[in-house]
Design a protein around this ligand. Structure first.
Ligand code: ZN
Ligand code: ZN
Length: 510
């Protein structure tokens, strides 16, 4: 099904009798869209849906980061890192999720406004609000990423969703191939089905062909976003995306700026076996947890959940118990399909890197945290090499600098120079720190609202909210290692009572 422009092609298979979408026939382009969901960090997804993902208490966690005064963060950029985390594969040839979910600030790095700073240091930041290591002012100058440096079209550079299509494949796959996607987003190729076409019909739930009709549609950003939301929340994602009567009204969109380059780097092995301490305060009789009193290390751990790409969360949690989360299973099916296709049809994918990016998506550059107990499945992306020209007047637009990933000369023959991406945590160093300043105590409520304990009033107002007296409460010391952190992550995706689930009823949070 070749197409010219304006959207991704899809043939919906509709069952007229039951009024549902039984599946869709599509090519690699749509499958790449589904795959790209796995690379999106949780914080980016929550921001996109304006804190209405209803994934456990992730929205509450996000809200408390928003509400937390900048003073508590090491610097302003840390808040941005959590609220608008960037994906490690975002810069990569128009990752569909990144394109569909961001507006014009997609593909941007930041530099110092001071031209002298910028020309002498070549510092760039992935995150806005980062202080310049040279002069200390906020780096706010936007540098626009040129994804195809050899093209003659400097500012119309993006292969927008549904734009001109390449015959060679997409972000993760190569070549053209036909797929069937079920309502719950299982992805089937006839080549991978051992049992033949009948089994495909069975998987689609088609019993009587008389009721099934095909409808050709083109989808754009709006449908991609709806699909992303349905993949997290529903078991019938295609039906809910394309047939549900009022799904669009429910989704309040907001433009975001995610981003990032590629390559792999270290996990924090020093944290193997590390434990963090905290104090649970709970109702003596009901054992309901009111809050957890903890230091910044544990809070950093919890805040870091927002930077985890969806695919790595699924990998981490599936690896531990094998049982899916109680959220919609569709997103699991996308992950399982990626895993399945990588093992059975390895040559479908365009590189080893693409396979890694799907099975174990990396954290955005510099998004890793020293206080991270879940070290096994989290790898921080290395920052890429970026180049730009300073001496070519034709390559510099008013206030817009073009950067790209290839060294050499610009198309006017001027030499490009290398940029130096900085770590907002420790400018000009590659590692460092957590998000929060040290030496503060925090109160983490059962639904993961995080607040600094700045006065007794903070604690007392929570106690009175539950209509309890101090005598009715008891304290319990707890220590949190890798296992507890994983259970907290799981519970935070599905439950509103994370601490009670993990520490009082551990069987619930398994
Ligand atoms: Zn500066
Ligand atoms: Zn030039």
């Amino acid at each position: 099904m070749p197409s010219t422009a304006g959207g991704i092609d899809l043939k919906l298979l509709l069952d007229k009798a039951s009024d549902r979408v039984v599946g869709a026939e599509c090519d690699s382009e749509f499958v790449n869209v589904l795959f790209s969901f796995l690379t999106m960090p949780l914080g980016a997804i929550i921001s996109l849906f304006r804190k209405e993902t209803k994934l456990g208490c992730m929205d509450e966690l996000y809200q408390s980061v928003e509400a937390l005064d900048e003073w508590y963060f090491q610097n302003k950029a840390f808040k941005t890192m959590l609220l608008r985390p960037r994906s490690s594969s975002e810069f990569k040839s128009a990752n569909p999720a990144a394109v569909a979910t961001s507006s014009d600030d997609y593909d941007i790095l930041y530099a110092c406004y001071d031209k002298k700073c910028w020309l002498t240091t070549r510092f760039v930041s992935y995150y806005s609000n980062c202080p310049c290591p040279c002069c200390g002012r906020i780096m706010g100058r936007q540098l626009v990423m040129h994804s195809n440096p050899r093209s003659d079209l400097p500012l119309t550079k993006f292969v927008r969703l549904g734009g001109p299509k390449s015959s060679t494949g997409g972000v993760f796959t190569q070549g053209r191939k036909e797929f069937v996607v079920t309502d719950d987003l299982q992805i089937i190729t006839f080549a991978t089905t051992e049992r033949g076409t009948l089994s495909v019909l069975k998987r689609l739930g088609i019993k009587d062909g008389n009721f099934v009709v095909g409808r050709d549609i083109k989808i754009g950003s709006e449908e991609v976003l709806r699909l992303l939301k349905c993949s997290l929340r529903s078991h019938t994602a295609l039906t809910d995306t394309f047939l549900a009567s009022t799904p669009t009204a429910e989704i309040k969109l907001k433009s975001t700026g995610l981003k990032m380059p590629n390559s792999g780097s270290s996990t924090n092995q020093a944290n193997k076996g590390r434990r963090m301490m905290g104090k649970l305060v709970m109702n003596r009789s009901t054992k309901q947890v009111l809050y957890l009193e903890a230091r910044e290390d544990l809070v950093n751990q919890i805040l870091s959940f927002l930077t985890f790409p969806l695919g790595s969360v699924l990998k981490l949690l599936m690896g531990r118990s094998g049982s899916p989360l109680k959220m919609g299973s569709c997103v699991y099916n996308i992950y399982k399909a990626a895993k399945d296709l990588i093992s059975k049809e390895s040559d479908l994918f365009n590189s080893e890197e693409s396979k890694t990016e799907l099975l174990c998506p990396r954290l955005g550059c510099f998004a890793g945290c020293d206080d991270q107990l879940l070290t096994d499945h989290l790898v921080e992306a290395d920052s890429s090499q970026y180049y730009s020209v300073a001496s070519c007047s034709r390559c510099i637009y008013p206030w817009v600098y073009i950067i790209d990933t290839e060294p050499g000369l610009c198309r006017h023959g001027k030499k490009k120079v290398e940029m130096r991406p900085i770590n907002p945590k420790y400018p000009s160093s590659n590692r460092g720190g957590g998000y929060l300043k040290i030496k503060t105590k925090y109160m983490i409520t059962d639904d993961l609202s995080v607040q600094p304990i700045s006065s007794t009033r903070v604690v007392l107002s929570l106690i009175s909210k539950y209509k309890l007296s101090v005598d009715e409460l008891e304290e319990q010391e707890i220590s949190i290692g890798e296992d507890e952190a994983a259970r907290m992550l799981r519970a935070s995706m599905t439950s509103k009572t994370v601490l009670t689930d993990v520490f009082v009823h551990p069987e619930k949070a398994k």
